[in-house]
Every structure is written in C-alpha cells, then in structure tokens.
Design a protein around this ligand. Structure first.
Ligand SMILES: Nc1ncnc2c1ncn2[C@@H]1O[C@H](COP(=O)(O)OP(=O)(O)OP(=O)(O)O)[C@@H](O)[C@H]1O
Length: 674
C-alpha cells in the first residue's frame, strides 16, 4: 500500500495551490493555513452580516409569534448541558456532605435530586417543544424561499438564461439549512461559554478557575490545529487512477440495464478476467476514502500529544488534591472532570463549525443576491418603462427579421459559429419551412427567432459584428418577456412531459393523443410523470405474495409511453396554447420524428389548420407535403442560409442543396417502389 502523499506546487492567478497524491486520489488544494482561514472569515463577516439580519427579519415577519419562541428555545438548548451538569453537581455535593458528616440528610439529598430531575424533565420537554416549533417554522420558511426562487426563475428573460448571473444554484431547503447552521453555531458558542462559566464557578473555591479553564481549552485547540481535514479547505479531489475507473466501469456492467446486452453478447468471461487483471494492478495502491487517507497523521506524535493534553485537567485536579487535601471536594472534581470533557468536545465543534457558519452566511447572501427581483416586468404599463407589447396586434402574424445574426453557444468547442451572419425577413402570416443537414443550425435559428437566445458577436469576416433580431420591425430585446411569450407557441423536438400534469380534452384529439389517453386506466386523469416520494423498509423482493409487495409493485410500475406517444402528448400542449387566442407566432421543431405516418399526417394537417393570423416557422427533415405548401423554404448548411424560395423555385436549381436533399429522399421511395 502507498498512502504516503507526494507534493507538487502550482499557481493559478497568483493563488498558490498544491497537488498531493493519496492512493488513487489527487488533491488540488489552495495553500492556506488556519490563520488565513480565520482572517478570511473575519474579513467576510461585516459583508455577510446584513444578509443574516435580513434573513432574521424575514423569518420574523413570516411568523412573529413562532420566531421569538424558536430563538429562545435554541438559546436554552445551548445552555442546558451546563445547567443539567450544575444540578448533577448539587446532588453529588449533598451526598458528599452526608458522607463527610456521617449523617443521612434525607431532606438535602431529596431536594437536590428533585431539582436535578425537574431540570432534566424540563430540558426534555423543551427539546420536544423546540422540534414542534421548528417543523412549523421550517415549512413557512422553505415555502417562502421556494416561491421567491420560482418567481425569479420564471420571471427571467429566456434569452439571458446562459449568462452566469441568470443561473440560480440555490434551493429553498438550503435557505433553511443555512439558517440552521448559523443558529447551531451560535448555540454551540453559547454551550462553550456556559461550560466555561460552570468551570469558573465550580473551581472558584480552589482559586484555580482561570488556570483550570485554560487547561481545558488546550486540548480542543491543539487537536483542531493538528487534525488534518479536507472539510474546511478550498480544494478539488479527483480520482486519477485509470485502473480504479476501469474497476468501477466493470462493476457497473452488472446492473440490470446492462444485463441483456452483456449476456446477449457473451461478455461475462471477458468482464470477470478484466476485473481480476485490473484488481491485480491496483494491489499496491490504497483505494481508501480520501478523507480517511488525508486525515491519517504521518506520525503518532500528534496523537500522543493530544491524549496527554486531554488528561491535563485530571492531572491538575489530582495535584490540587495532593496540595490541599482538606479543601478538595470529590463532587467538585467529578463536575470539573465532566465539564472539561464536555468543554473539550464543544470547543472542537465550535472551531471546526466556524467554516460551516461562514458557508451558511455565504449561502444566505447567495440566496438573496440571486433572487433579488429585477424591475417590474411591465405587464400593465410597458411603454412607461420603455418596453413594447407584442400582443397589441393579436390576430395578425408576427413579422420576423434577422440582420447579420451570428450565434455561438457559450463555451462551445466548435471551430465555427452555430449561426453565421444570417440576414432574412419573414413576412407576417407566412408559412416558412427550415430544412438542412444535421447540425446545420435549424433549431438554433428557430430558437433565435423565438428570442430564446440573443445573437452573439460574429467571430470574423462579417460586415456587421453584432446582429439584431427584429419582431414587427422592433428589436426583440425591447419586448417584455411576458408579452412576447403570450404571442408565441413553441413545439420542440425535446419531448418533455411535465411531471404531475394530466392530459387535456380537445387538444389531445388534435394532436392524435386520444388513443394513448384512452388506453390508460385513469384516462384524462392519468398523471403522466408522477412525482411522489416513497420509501420501503424490510419489504423483501422474495416475498412476492406479501400484500405490501403488491402495493410496492403497483407504485413502481411506470406509465408506459412510447417515443411517438410522448410526442403526441407534448403536441397536445401546443394545441392548448393555440386555444388561448393570443398566439401570433408558431415555432415548430421537428415534432413528428417518432410519429407513424398516420400520426404525422394528422398532426401536420391540424397544425396547418391553425395557420390563420399566425406566422409559422417549421423545422423538418421530411420533404414533401410541408415543403410544397410552404410560402418560403430556407435551406441551411453549416450555420448559414444558403438557399431560399418556394419548392418549385428551389427545385429549378439543379445544383442546389435543397434539390440534392430532396432527390436523396425521393430516390429512397423510388427504390422501394421499383
Ligand atoms: N446546447 C448546445 N451547446 C453547444 N453547441 C450546440 C448546442 N446545441 C447545438 N449545438 C451545435 O450547434 C450547431 C447547430 O445545431 P442545431 O441543433 O441548431 O442544428 P440542426 O440543424 O437543428 O440539427 P438537427 O437536424 O440534427 O436537429 C451544431 O454544430 C451543434 O453541435
């Protein structure tokens, strides 16, 4: 085994980091000692504090009656260990007094025990009550933040979705967790303070309060400093062993989804021998979890030192007793011993938890910053805030124009733009068909027309570096998102069923999905993508006759919907949108790739029946009925529109791309029929 680390030093933007290897792991870690970590925390704190205050204010206004109770209970929980310990000490003292004097003082002992039990009972009651209060508050806080996040996400302009500022990486649950982490840390600090108070109080008679308290603090501080942990580091851990990756890949192949393929292709012997060989190569490399490998000290010295420090309070008590045996009380020694153990534990928790506290506060900042509401979306008075209303000309198709539009996907590795310097105009009410080879840019063009994307700068060689999309001769970005979306219906090739929704009546028939729905036991009430949580405990696979196993099988059974059936159901959603009466632009992207001939015919003719008062842009790979009916065909190649015209015009160009693609498809039919 080779757990000993190897170090390299690298640097990115002046921040140094080291690369260390532990077994199969490589750790890239910013070189930062404890001092730097705490300085970072102190530096960040004033910036984070306003967000914390805001969170507390928000939670208070959500439930002014519960919040103060919750805070008081958490503060009590922070002190209760010390209070309980104090009353345990009173019981011991009463017993010690009886032993010293040789007289059974029933009253004093009973009184101390009743107090101790009373406090313990009260502590249990408060723990239970705090749990009840917490559940109520948690529900309100998470739904408040969920609503905040949902309204931010749903209110954002679609075209901005790729910009980093538009990404929301926080969840409502995290808001609550961050609040809990902050409270937990405050409560831990309170526990430490109350334990220290108890130690001072108990050892005050020995005049050694401060010294004893310091001895108690030594152990947790030193062990926090010498214990190596990755939790509070800025680091990346990655598995670099090819052999380990191979082992994991081979193990994955026994999963049910691979079974048919693996056994069908007789790969069992190959997989087993590969596993053995790879395992043999990994014999001398540690595959232990990284946190364990990293935390293992390189020598036993730190362990010996911290053990000695943890015994220091006990040694101190022993020395005090030897120095002045008459003044020493066994009850005090027992309480101090217990306090020192508790203090040690809680100081260690407080020190290691400071990073959680900081990240909790940072999370709160992230949640507020990323859900900050932009200006009102102008649903009522768009002109006042300089936005156009796309719904004003309902009943009339939208005019679409691209001027020198280029587009490339963020972070793309392609050597050309997805769209390159495109200029075109689509008249109101036209039926336009987009054709072209795979990857030629049809879907990207359609999405740009729908303002899902903003044009990006042309890489080189364009007359105009930044292009523009115009809707009804007005730049697309001047429309309010909400008015624009009310005028557009989009049927895309991404067949996504919305979880938790049922199907809908007439629209289902128009999309040819009625047969799919009729097949289901619950018909229109079928939840297409049911989303509910369930757990099972101890219901075994073998117990096929067990009544709970049958319930489980029923819950596990998926709703069987084929690719084509899914497409029909998704199309039904578009017909629902068309019923709204405000649609001026219908964008359709290859909606029939998985449909049978009958389904395709029904869908296309029903879509075309909706033509009146709408501009339609249709992406398709299938030439024929659609392209012949189109007012305009745009033929794309490598991100550019290389030909445009009607079917007849494009067919007249014997060298053209459209004719070439058309002939390839037509020849397939000719070959089959001949
Ligand atoms: N999300 C994305 N990120 C990066 N590149 C993308 C993304 N989507 C598409 N592309 C690239 O943009 C180019 C145009 O893709 P697009 O999907 O618009 O082509 P298409 O003509 O609709 O293709 P198909 O007929 O296969 O649907 C392709 O080179 C594709 O690889």
């Amino acid at each position: 085994m080779d757990p000993s680390p190897q170090k390299n030093v690298g640097s990115v933007h002046q921040t140094k980091y080291t690369t260390e290897r532990y077994g199969i792991w490589e750790v890239l870690m910013v070189d930062e000692n404890y001092r730097a970590q705490y300085l970072r925390f102190i530096h960040d704190f004033p910036k984070l504090l306003p967000y914390l205050c805001r969170l507390f204010q928000d939670i208070y206004s959500l439930s002014p009656e519960i919040f103060p109770r919750f805070i008081c209970l958490r503060l009590w929980l922070g002190c209760q260990e010390s209070i309980k310990l104090h009353f345990s000490g009173e019981v011991l003292r009463a017993i010690e007094q009886c032993l010293k004097e040789g007289v059974a003082d029933y009253y004093a002992v009973a009184y101390a025990i009743i107090l101790r039990c009373g406090v313990a009972g009260l502590a249990s009651f408060f723990s239970w009550y705090s749990q009840q209060v917490m559940l109520g508050l948690q529900r309100r806080v998470t739904s408040h933040f969920q609503l905040r996040i949902m309204s931010t996400v749903l209110g954002r302009d679609l075209a901005d979705k790729n910009s980093p500022s538009a990404q929301i990486n926080v969840s409502a649950k995290e808001a609550w967790t961050a609040f809990e982490e902050v409270l937990q840390h405050i409560s831990t600090v309170l526990t430490v303070v109350s334990q220290l108070g108890l130690i001072f109080y108990v050892s005050a008679q020995d005049k050694g309060g401060i010294l004893f308290a310091l001895l108690c603090l030594l152990h947790p501080i030193v062990s926090t400093l010498v214990t190596r942990s990755l939790w509070n580091k800025v680091c990346i851990v990655r598995e670099t062993s090819r052999d380990q990756q191979r082992i994991e890949a081979l193990t994955t192949l026994i999963k049910p989804e691979f079974r048919q393929d693996v056994i069908g292709n007789n790969l069992q012997a190959f997989i087993l021998s590969e596993y053995q060989e790879t395992n043999e190569r990994l014999r001398n490399v540690s595959v232990e979890q990284i946190w364990r490998l990293y935390g293992t000290p390189s020598s036993p010295a730190s362990g010996i030192l911290t053990t000695f420090l943890s015994d220091l309070p006990l040694i101190y008590c022993a020395l005090t007793a030897l120095r002045d045996p008459k003044r020493t009380s066994f009850a005090s020694i027992a309480i101090l011993q217990q306090s020192s153990v508790l203090l040690s534990r809680w100081v260690a928790i407080a020190l290691s938890g400071s990073e959680h506290f900081r990240s909790g506060m940072k999370h709160i900042q992230d949640i507020y910053e990323s859900t900050e509401k932009p200006g009102k979306n102008g649903i009522t008075d768009l002109k006042q805030i300089g936005l156009e209303d796309a719904t004003l000309r309902v009943g009339e198709g939208i005019e679409l124009e691209l001027r020198n539009v280029s587009f490339e996907y963020p972070g793309t590795k392609a050597n050309r733009e997805a769209l390159r310097n495109i200029s075109l105009k689509i008249k109101p009410g036209q039926f336009v068909v987009l054709v072209g080879a795979n990857g030629s840019g049809k879907s990207t063009l359609l999405k740009t027309l729908c303002r899902f994307f903003h044009p990006t700068a042309c890489r080189s060689g364009c007359s105009d570096v930044s292009g523009q999309v115009l809707l009804d001769s007005i730049p697309a970005q001047l429309y309010s998102e909400s008015s624009l979306r009310r005028t557009m219906a989009v049927l895309s090739q991404e067949n996504m069923l919305y979880p938790g929704f049922t199907c809908l009546d007439e629209a289902v028939r128009k999309a040819g999905a009625d047969r799919v729905v009729n097949r289901m036991k619950q018909g229109m009430d079928t939840l297409l993508e049911p989303l509910f949580s369930w757990y099972q405990y101890n219901v075994r696979d073998k117990d096929t006759d067990h009544p709970l196993k049958k319930v489980l099988q029923e819950m596990e059974r998926p709703i069987e919907v084929s690719g084509g059936e899914k497409q029909r159901i998704v199309a039904a959603r578009t017909f629902m949108r068309l019923k709204s009466g405000t649609i001026r632009f219908l964008a359709v992207d290859e909606p029939s790739s998985a449909l049978d001939a009958e389904g395709e015919e029904l869908l296309l003719s029903n879509l075309l029946r909706e033509r009146s008062g709408k501009t339609i842009v249709f992406v398709t790979h299938r030439f024929g009925k659609l392209t012949r009916q189109a007012d305009l065909i745009l033929c794309m190649k490598e991100g550019q529109v290389i030909e445009s015209g009607t079917h007849q015009e494009l067919m007249n160009n014997s060298e053209g791309e459209y004719k070439k693609l058309y002939d390839i498809q037509a020849s397939a039919f000719r070959d089959e029929s001949s």
